[in-house]
Design a protein around this ligand. Structure first.
Ligand code: GTP
Ligand code: MG
Ligand code: ZN
Length: 302
């Protein structure tokens, strides 16, 4: 195995264009690159690298991923994080978050088999808190944990979140200005991630955080990935079955659909539509399902 002597395993903790920062199993950091132009490598990937010189390395192999998340811009969906155990969907009392985006993030988590948790941040802004809670009731009803946090109360924030994060790779995801990096800075004091008032961030037309990065919680209590504010969650690549997996509350009813390949849009004898009619499925959730399905660019099987 002479040729493999210098092959070492590591995890991608940051990606900038075609440059990757890889943390080796012994904690050493290496600046890495790939042979080809398009690598598809993203934060969270486990890779084998060949050591080059003192500080660099070349990525030779990506280990099989447990899961992969996409975000999308106007043009296309991009891979942005791999091997994530838990999606922390960060919303805030102010600026008020988008229901549609939150629902999509939830569908993305469920379809990738990642457990979602909603963090309702800025809970110190008590005036808007009841409205924010009411808007999340629909998701809480699905059994998704909703955890209230405030970065003005760092001790309480640590006490609430650290047990949830232990032993897992969690991803902070949410719109710009919700407080993702502020939360990270409390949990990982040496992260020193930039944070900014939302109005300032909007003024420059830029998000404060510009690329995803993986951090270690103190005392090996888990890993946390911070990501730039998102406008759209990449779901277009999902096929009908995967979109349906994004709505786990349909499952008990879709068993009763007349057709095994029912898409729950207009078919006769559809268990999901029947449940919708009876008010057992939330109509806003079904509308979101229809929108995501209509946008799907995956080849239709039926
Ligand atoms: N009142 C209050 N303000 C907060 C809280 N958490 C964050 N903020 C403020 O919200 C603003 C945005 O915080 P960031 O942490 O930069 O938000 P972000 O989600 O990382 O934003 P992007 O990096 O652009 O995606 C900053 O001015 C923070 O000080 C909170 O719990 N309460
Ligand atoms: Mg940020
Ligand atoms: Zn059906």
């Amino acid at each position: 195995m002479a040729g493999n002597e210098r092959m070492i395993r590591g995890r991608v903790i940051a990606a900038h264009g075609r440059h990757y920062q890889v943390e080796l199993d012994d904690g050493q950091l290496r600046q890495c690159y790939t042979r080809g132009k398009k690598s598809g490598i993203c934060v969270g990937d486990y890779v084998d690298i060949e050591i080059q010189g003192q500080e660099e390395g070349r990525i030779e192999r990506i280990h099989e991923r447990r899961n992969l998340l996409y975000r999308s811009d106007e043009m296309r969906a991009k891979q942005f994080a791999a091997n994530v155990d838990q999606l922390l969907i960060v919303v805030a009392v102010e600026p008020l978050f988008s229901d549609d985006l939150t629902g999509r993030a939830l569908a993305g988590a469920f379809s990738a088999d990642i457990s979602p948790v909603i963090l309702l941040n800025k809970s110190d802004l008590s005036k808007g808190l009841p409205l924010a809670r009411a808007r999340l009731a629909e998701m809480a009803a699905l059994g998704v944990p909703v955890v209230e946090t405030s970065t003005l109360h760092p001790d309480a924030l640590r006490d609430t979140l650290l047990p949830l994060l232990a032993g897992k790779t969690s991803l902070l995801l949410g719109q710009s200005g919700m407080g993702k990096s502020s939360i990270l800075n409390i949990l990982v004091p040496d992260a020193r991630a930039d944070t900014q008032a939302h109005s300032l961030a909007l003024g420059t037309g830029k998000h404060t955080t510009t690329s995803s990065r993986l951090y270690h919680l103190p005392d090996s209590q888990g890993d946390l990935i911070d990501s730039p504010g998102f406008q759209a969650f990449g779901l277009k690549h999902l096929g009908q079955t995967e979109v349906e997996q994004g709505f786990p509350e349909f499952a008990p009813f879709s068993q009763h659909c007349r057709f095994y390949n029912c898409t729950h849009r207009h078919e006769p004898g559809c268990g999901v539509l029947e449940a919708l009619e009876k008010g057992l499925i939330n109509d806003k959730r079904h509308e979101l399902y229809m929108r995501i399905l209509a946008e799907s660019t995956a080849p239709q099987k039926y």
